[in-house]
Design a protein around this ligand. Sequence first.
Ligand SMILES: *Cc1c(COP(=O)(O)O)cnc(C)c1O
Length: 380
Amino acid sequence: MVDLKGQYEHIKDQVNTSILDVIDNTAFINGPEVHAFQAELEAYLNVKHVIPCANGTDALQIAMMGLGLKPGDEVITADFTFAATVEVIALLQLTPVLVDVDPVNFNIDIEALKKAITPKTKAIVPVHLFGLAANMDAVMELAKEHNLYVIEDNAQGIGADFTSKDGTKAKTGAIGHVGSTSFFPSKNLGCYGDGGAIFTNDDDLAYTIRGIVNHGMYKRYHHDVVGVNSRLDSIQAAVLRAKLPHLDTYNSKRRAAAKKYTEALSGNKNIITPSSNCSTSDCYSDTDNSHVFHQYTLVVKNTDRDGLVKFLNENNIPCGVYYPIPLHAQKAYKDERYNEADFTVTNQLVKECISLPMHTELDDEQIAFITGKVLEFVGE
Ligand SMILES: *Cc1c(COP(=O)(O)O)cnc(C)c1O
């Protein structure tokens, strides 16, 4: 699904040198690499504060802790996302409220979101799924109207731009009250282990969060709040510093690959390509970052989707089903509050979605081979 080795070859010298420097300096934790990366990411995202942490799941949890959400507070998020999003809500004893997604862009459905708001609702967690920005205009408007926090789960969307109705662009993750991301190796900006970060433009919230990631400590050995231990280590920061300057190029390589997939597949009546999933008509353009294609995900109609997965695997083509089970139907998150009739889109998507290999090193020959095999199975 991803070719991290191929990507490494291009940045090998820099990565190796900076990792060795970290070892030489023995500044493994909170070293200068971490501070430098933090500042570079703040500049890239145009956000006031980046707080690095241990992984993307922690980032979400810490964001929610920082906002002071309390047990019983309702937090609304999408039914069609990675489990981490809902897991941290449940862990903090907040009440997860799962809602359906939009059939076109796979992101939180705005009408369903509106309907789910109650007097107990405290926050909304939009997920920029597969690298496409959720409708942040609508989410922010609703949040303002109902006095809710917005926590963006940007684990899949780093580098994406959201273009507002008024034409202004902002990086996803830097639009809500707080945002989170993951540097898991296969993410668009991945390190060589675990890593994550929290973003905010709010000075007070940033201060609170910097204490929470460090055992609730604001003054050495004074623990003012219950915190966690969640750090990005210096070796991972060194890898991320080598990669960050290439992130826009990486994302445009993903878009170029997506464009080629779509050119080959969009003519088939049983295949829905992400061309219609984009919020702008330009999501495959070289310069428009509205979709960063963390995944290239098709919807296949009148097709045995699991048979297609098997067929592609037999032809040595890795592929993935993200995600095969809606969160509201997972054992851990089932609840009698939920009604199947409210999840028609997610229930359908989990049966028809398939993600093709997507990374920065895909070449034309590979894309032709993969799309040829998809068409062979799906038929006319
Ligand atoms: C990967 C991912 C996370 C979790 O990130 P980790 O670094 O693996 O903890 C959270 N949300 C979404 C949508 C993700 O894709």
